[in-house]
Every structure is written in C-alpha cells, then in structure tokens.
Design a protein around this ligand. Structure first.
Ligand code: SAH
Length: 350
C-alpha cells in the first residue's frame, strides 16, 4: 500500500482552508485580500487554472502555478449515460484512479464522490472492494471530484447535492473526509448546505459517533443491506465484528446529537435479502431509531453472482415497509449503461 496522503497538503489548493491558503509560500508578502480573490476565482468563477485569474498579478499567478496545484487530476474517461448521468474516471499524479458521478434531475444536480481508491470493506456484491484498498484520497482530491462535476453543470447551475457514495469507506479516511466536508459546505468554498450533503458508511459505530460530534448538519446514510446479523454477516464482511444492535445505538446517538434522521440503505439482492419477511424485519428494526429507508435495486457487477431483483418484488418490499409506517423510497437506478455503481468503471479500466 502507498504512503498515507498528508491531511494538510499545501500543494493542492482545493484541500485548503483560507487561513492555510494565506500561508502558502507563493502568497508570502501579498495583501490579505488575495486569499479572498483566489477563493472567488476557484469556487465562484470556476477558474480552471491560475493563469485565468486575471485580477491577480502575473508574477503571483506564475508563482502559484509553480508551487500549488489547483486541478491535479487528468480525466481518464468521461462517459455519458442515456439518462443524463455522467461519470468521470480521474487519474491522480501517482497513477491511482477514482470515479465520480454527476446525477442530474429535474430540480437537482447531485455529485457522487469517492473517498478512497478501492475499498477495504469488501461487501460481497460491490465492485469497489474487489481489489481491496489501494489508498486514501486526500481532502483536496475529494473536493476536486465535486469541483470537476460542478464545472460540468454549466455556468449558472452548480451542484445542489453532494453524496459521499462513491468508492471507499468515508469513515476509514476520517480526517480527509471531514476536511472535504467543511470545504464543500463553507460559504467561502463550494457553499453547499449541510442538509444537502450525505455521507454513506458501511457502519462503523465509533466513526458514526465521532462524525455526529463534528456539528455538521449533514445526513448520515447507513448501509444496512440486511435486517438481522446472520444475513448481514453474509453480505457485509465488516458485520462479523459489528452487530446491528451496536449500529442502532450509534444511529440513535447520531439523531440525538444532530437532529437528523439516519437513512438506512438497503441494496435489494434478488432472492437473498428481498423477501417479504426481510421487509417486515427491516420495518421493525427501522423503528428502533429515527430513520428512513432507501431501497436500491442491485446494479449487477460483472463476475459477481448477485442478481437485480424483479421490479415487482422490489415494489412489494417497499409496500410492506410502507404498510408498517416506514418512510421508505425505492431509488430509481441511474447510469446503468455506464457502470453506474461504485467502482465499476475503474474496475473495467484496470
Ligand atoms: N462505503 C460506503 C459508501 C460507498 S457505497 C458504504 O458502504 O455505504 C454507497 C452505496 O452503494 C452503499 O450502500 C453500497 O452498498 C451501494 N452499492 C455498492 N455497489 C452497488 C451495486 N452494484 N448496486 C447497488 N448498490 C451498490
């Protein structure tokens, strides 16, 4: 495995807070308002390089380009789905690649971004974990994905939502993720409301509590995928160490601290976890905490034996939840024709 990426990386502007930016060598001796000008170019005017920042002195622009990266990835692949979803495979200077997806809707534009290259969690149905974890992404690299997608939206229509649901387990790259969350949320940064940001986790109780203590009003999504420990252990290897009871306790804590309902994510896998009795068990479980349920029909991964359930089985599952008073939604699958699910495009390219 590669060396861990430093959290405060002065050579990548997109991971920096204003006070840190003020201390990069290129800005030494410059008036304080340069930081404001720079941030405006980056996050308001979507400049792609320092050379575009025409109200900065030329010498400063040159000093910045020589010492500080802005966009540091290359776009290795750019694929558009027939439903408007757009997926980028980015290549970082060390050769690692990560995926991010823009999901446009009538009234919103959602960015789905990765937090790691590969993943250590190894959920049995997921493409991201197939090759294990390669490395963490830095905060700047996490923000850069969201910024690249913002720039695809067009001039006056930025992102409305950001979901940390790409490759990797956010809570296993904790510092970089929280730093990126703050840049994405900050009024000087991407300025996306905390309530429009979702972090999805395989379910690490300690990390869930720690994140709840950060005083960010974000939504936490918990990848449950099974309503009991026995089945969950088959689907999510991490569950060997972590029981559903512990997750419920952590979710209760999250709601108490943040006032935000936890989203329970449940990937429907044909004939594995999609029977009506699973729905009944899930309904009972979801009432042990303030939660809503997000059902996702499995997006098949080449080489894996899991199946996408039939539409009517999924619909029945949803009905069983709703009859029991659960606030549940069946998500429309997006980007099926472009390897939409986490890790699929990277895997195909590797
Ligand atoms: N590690 C985090 C976030 C990444 S995955 C987590 O586990 O939540 C985001 C969501 O997509 C998770 O719920 C994950 O289980 C789900 N997912 C992964 N591969 C999928 C696939 N092929 N089809 C449908 N959902 C998938």
């Amino acid at each position: 495995m590669a060396e861990p990426v430093p959290i405060f990386d002065p050579s990548h502007l997109l991971g920096l807070f204003p006070e840190e930016l003020a201390s990069v060598p290129a800005l030494a001796g410059q008036p304080a308002y340069r930081v404001t000008q720079l941030l405006e170019w980056v996050y308001r005017r979507m400049a792609g390089e320092f050379a575009d920042m025409t109200n900065l002195p030329k010498a400063l622009r040159e000093a910045l380009s020589q010492t500080c990266g802005l966009y540091t990835s290359g776009i290795e692949r750019d694929v558009a789905s027939s439903d408007g979803t757009r997926k980028l495979l980015l290549r970082w200077p060390d050769g690692a690649t990560s995926e991010c997806v823009l999901i446009p809707d009538a009234d919103r534009r959602t960015a789905c971004i990765s937090t790691q290259v590969g993943c250590a969690a190894g959920c049995v149905f997921c493409a991201s974990g197939l090759g294990g974890l390669e490395r963490d992404l830095s905060a700047g690299q996490i923000v850069e994905q969201a910024m690249r997608l913002t720039r695809l939206c067009g001039d006056d229509r930025g992102l409305t939502n950001v979901v940390f649901m790409g490759m990797g387990e956010p809570l296993l790259n904790y510092e970089a993720v929280v730093r990126a969350l703050r840049v994405i949320n900050a009024s000087w940064g991407m300025n996306i409301g905390a309530r429009k940001i979702t972090v999805s986790t395989v379910g690490l109780p300690k990390g869930m509590r720690r994140l709840a203590d950060e005083e960010l009003q974000i939504t936490l999504a918990l990848s449950l995928h099974a309503p009991n420990d026995e089945l969950r252990r088959q689907i999510v290897p991490w569950a060997a160490q972590i029981s559903i009871d512990e997750l419920v306790d952590a979710a209760v804590y999250v709601f108490d601290r943040t006032g935000r309902e936890v989203t329970l994510e449940y990937v429907l896998l044909g004939e594995l976890n999609d029977r009506p009795e699973h729905a009944r068990e899930l309904a009972a479980l979801s009432k042990r905490m303030r939660s809503n349920v997000n059902l996702i029909r499995y997006n098949p991964v080449q080489g894996l034996p899991y199946r996408r359930p039939e539409a009517d089985a999924s619909q029945r599952f949803l009905e069983v939840l709703r009859e029991r008073g659960v606030n549940a939604h069946l998500r429309r699958s997006r980007g099926l024709d472009i390897d939409g699910a986490c890790g699929q495009l990277r895997r195909r390219t590797l």
